[in-house]
Design a protein around this ligand. Structure first.
Ligand code: GLU
Ligand code: MG
Length: 437
């Protein structure tokens, strides 16, 4: 431990942050001076169980089983500490009980459990994340009023100092960014990450949010991860790409099914599609989520799949020379208000459920679902329907635990009470920075 502390001290680190990301999708942290790094692992830092029902605003959505009494600890692994700002290093924490066992409401442990379940099925899962976000001015107004060119070289080069700083900050944090581009939406940016094991992928999402926020601040910008940052603006997605492999190789290529999908790969996609109505409250369940999930937004609000179909909930990416990481299924429905650990656990868990139940791959929807007679109707996306479906869902309880579903439902119901009758302009303003790090 002393060596690790000396190493970090030599790099100017003074404070260690350990974070947990809660069911509302908000990342919260405690800090210790560098000399107490070992304590962050051994005893952890104390938090109230109510941390699991903290809301997107300052509300606390207590439930009959989640209250003020008790103590949980954030524990972190000193080897996973990364430098994220001058003097500050960060690591993702586990929420544990005082003895050190995972707390039932630890999202990271729920995902670790799904990762182990894959292992028990003889499957290796990889997850690649895309982070869309919006640059905003320090006072919360749009960062620029100039005309925007989607993916424009001008719109990106005008932010070159920030983007270079972002790349350097990521490098310093040991974060491997795969690609950066300015997106379709005004002042919108996307960072994509290489596939890795599920818990590491969700950790990397949080690290990327932190790195983006820190680099942006040095250039007079803030970063919004709201599903829709301003009324009428393009939405921010938090798409996750999933690939699975068994001892014979990838499940999504080399088989007899459409585009080379193997039997078990087809069942995995079927599992993901089948569970969408139950899990939409996990993937896109916040007060701003429904604003994004409209036809034409490439947000995948229809429970179907199709090859490179950007309007389908699951966009299938086949194994070609153009997909260096191989075939994968991208769940486009997810937005950044989702806890990335829970979203990845739901995605992987529903894929495994499909494999276990040997579900049959539904017919492909190769065209825009809005123009296809074969496509199912759009999903019910309004927050009330999404939260009610989640509360009723046996699948959600099986994949995420009943306790976690209780917490998710509680924090989202608080949003319904608080924002359900507000004009969207007020809600976007109130929640513009809710998921920023
Ligand atoms: N911004 C879109 C979304 O809300 C996605 C655009 C894209 O396909 O990259 O998910
Ligand atoms: Mg994108």
């Amino acid at each position: 431990m002393d060596d690790r502390i000396d190493e970090l001290r030599a790099k100017g680190v003074e404070l260690i942050a350990g974070s947990v990301t809660d069911p509302a999708g908000v990342t919260r942290a405690k800090y210790v001076p560098l000399r107490r790094l070992g304590d962050f692992q051994r005893s952890g830092m104390g938090v109230s169980p109510s941390w699991s029902v903290f809301c997107v605003d300052t509300g606390i959505a207590f439930t009959p089983t989640i209250g003020v009494a008790g103590d949980l600890r954030i524990r972190l692994d000193p080897d996973s500490v990364r430098i994220v700002d001058d003097g500050i290093a960060w690591a993702p924490g586990d929420l544990t009980d005082q003895a050190g066992d995972p707390a039932p409401l630890c999202p990271r442990s729920v995902l670790r459990h799904a990762e182990r379940a894959a292992d028990e099925h003889g499957l290796t899962a990889l997850v690649g994340a895309e982070l869309e976000c919006t640059m905003i001015a320090p006072d919360g107004s749009p960062a620029s009023t100039d005309p925007w060119s989607p993916y424009g070289i001008r719109t990106s080069l005008e932010h070159s100092a920030f983007l270079v700083d972002l790349a350097a900050t990521a490098e310093r944090a040991g974060l491997s960014i795969e690609q950066i581009h300015t997106e379709y939406g005004h002042d919108q940016l996307e960072v994509s990450l290489a596939p890795t094991t599920p818990v590491a992928a969700a950790d990397a999402v949080i690290l990327t949010r932190i790195v983006l926020g820190r680099a942006a601040a040095r250039h007079g910008l803030r970063i919004s991860f709201a599903p829709v940052p301003f009324v009428g603006a393009a939405g921010n997605g938090a798409h996750l790409h999933l690939s699975l492999a068994d001892a014979d190789g990838p499940l999504f290529s080399g088989g007899e099914g459409p585009h080379g999908i193997r039997q078990a790969g087809g069942s995995a996609i079927a599992g993901v599609v089948d569970a969408l109505p139950d899990l939409i409250g996990v993937y896109a369940g916040s007060a701003l989520s429904a604003l994004r999930l409209k036809p034409g937004n490439w947000a995948g609000a229809v429970a179907c799949w199709g090859l490179e179909n950007r309007e389908a909930a699951v966009r299938f990416v086949a194994a070609t020379a153009g997909s260096p990481h191989g075939a994968n299924a991208e769940l486009k429905l997810i937005d950044p208000s989702a806890n990335p650990y829970l979203a990845a656990a739901a995605l992987l868990g529903s894929a495994l459920r499909g494999v276990e139940l040997e579900l049959e791959l539904p017919p492909e929807v190769p065209e825009n679902p809005a123009e296809s007679a074969a496509a199912p109707p759009p999903l019910a996306t309004d927050q009330r329907s999404a939260v009610d479906a989640l509360e009723r869902s046996a699948v959600a309880a099986e994949l995420l635990t009943a306790e976690m579903v209780e917490a998710l439902v509680a924090v989202r119901r608080h949003e319904i009470q608080t924002f359900g009758d507000s004009p969207p302009a007020e809600t976007t303003q109130a929640l513009r920075l809710a998921w920023s790090c």
